[in-house]
Ligand binder design. Sequence first.
Ligand SMILES: Nc1ncnc2c1ncn2[C@@H]1O[C@H](COP(=O)(O)OP(=O)(O)OP(=O)(O)O)[C@@H](O)[C@H]1O
Length: 261
Amino acid sequence: MSLLQIEGLGIDFGGLRAVHDVGFSLKPGEVVSVIGPNGAGKTTLFNMISGAYQPGRGRVVLDGEEVTRMPPHLLARRGLSRTFQNLQIFQNMTVLENAMVGHHLYERGSVLADLLALPATRRRSRQAADNSRRLLDRVGLGRAAEQEAGALSYGALKRLEIARALALNPRVLLLDEPAAGCNAVETEEIDHLIAAVAAEGVAILLVEHDMKMVMRISNHIVVLDHGEKIAEGEPAAVARNARVIEAYLGTQAGEAGHADS
Ligand SMILES: Nc1ncnc2c1ncn2[C@@H]1O[C@H](COP(=O)(O)OP(=O)(O)OP(=O)(O)O)[C@@H](O)[C@H]1O
């Protein structure tokens, strides 16, 4: 059974049909990538699924329950979390503190309780720190916990961002360009991390421009062009698809074909 079901999703900006009638689904442990030329609607689709944009049409169903238009913090509590294209890391805080932000963003409790440092609040903070350390180990940053985040390499920062999105043990993880700006070694580390998270049963939805990475790690690819789904399927089949090659002509046709080999 599918964990995340996208049905006929669409949105217009003024007269522009940015996304129209897009549907697909994700099963637990599956890596699904959304690709398409610049301006195809990938980020807009992502923003609608993660609650940042309100879709004009269609439904988002998480584990059988409709969650269309639900705000991001409620979606996170229900098991859907995301990372951002532009890093949302606090450079002057430690790596551990940054990982703990993931908990504080979504945990229950009140500002007053925090100010009074009530026992329950202190207990929650301790639990958040313990859990964050485990998450840092999971993304290969355990030893960097006390370092300032600003001292990390770019690839490590990207992994820190993923650690934060894992704070509430999501069942669905949306990754917005997790390898953007990374070198080949850093990209490979992120590959491994994504595969490891998926192996634990988390469904992963990915928007990524690095076509080789997409071809390597995806179980299924959805292709958008001008806001519409023009193809979907296994990586090898998508890379051979005539409509996909045509959509990419003049942009990334070479890479898409190359990645099939
Ligand atoms: N907030 C907005 N207001 C108006 N138009 C928008 C908005 N966001 C996106 N668009 C338009 O919607 C279309 C889809 O944009 P989107 O950013 O989703 O594409 P993309 O596939 O993510 O592109 P890229 O690969 O360049 O990131 C584009 O024509 C874009 O200009």
